[in-house]
Design a protein around this ligand. Sequence first.
Ligand SMILES: C[S@@+](CC[C@H](N)C(=O)[O-])C[C@H]1O[C@@H](n2cnc3c(N)ncnc32)[C@H](O)[C@@H]1O
Length: 246
Amino acid sequence: MANQIGTLYGIGVGPGDPELVPVKAMKILKRVHVVFAASSTKNQHSLAVNIARAYIPDETSIKLLSFPMTQNMEVKHKAWNQNARMVIEILEQGQDAAFITVGDSMTYSTFGYLLQSVQGLAPHITVKSIPGITSYQAAAARLNTPLVEGEQSMLVTSGCNGGNQLRQHTGNAETVVLLKAYRNVSDIVSAFEENDLAYDCVGISRCGQPGEEVLPDIKEIARRKPDYWTLIIAKQRNGHGMQSES
Ligand SMILES: C[S@@+](CC[C@H](N)C(=O)[O-])C[C@H]1O[C@@H](n2cnc3c(N)ncnc32)[C@H](O)[C@@H]1O
């Protein structure tokens, strides 16, 4: 008899504190045969694995997949399909697998790329996505600062290309969240300054993780050359001040 095909779970393990891993995710991690995660571009380390480590049984196989950080779409697609084939091979042996990712699995996550490739190459496979607490939800909680209230709007965008997204889209949103605010922070600062955007900004690095830092001065954020795990929350000055004590 042919093997039953396993299920792929895309799991968001939250921003860093293992106690913020969803109960549903914990239960799935205890019973899947294989756990996949993206490896760091620099070494064979995975923050998602560190966060979820306590919930992965010792006998479970952990496999790291590489997602190249390049603008070359051909290279990216090749790597995504290669990763998807490795996952599909496990599932077609009748084993269940989880792909774990920091924060939420549907928010700027490598799981999105894997999902797209698995669905393209093997549409018969069942995929279940388990949401996680995003980094910026955790940061807002850390600062005791509501993200949005009443009729307010929020822009969640990438700071990868500095202030470009900010220049294009900011204006009407009372709250702006910039993820990937690590490489071009000085241009993010310029974008806030050049448009005289009346926002209070707070940067958070490694929220809920060892080495967490809260930086209420956006210029100081730029001076520090923050690491990859950094985001900025900016709120329009409208009387609802940002709680920025560290
Ligand atoms: C590829 S995105 C992943 C987003 C993630 N899926 C989420 O739901 O928050 C990576 C960016 O998320 C942000 N990030 C993730 N975890 C973080 C943390 N613990 N503290 C601060 N920023 C974090 C950083 O801006 C980082 O550059």
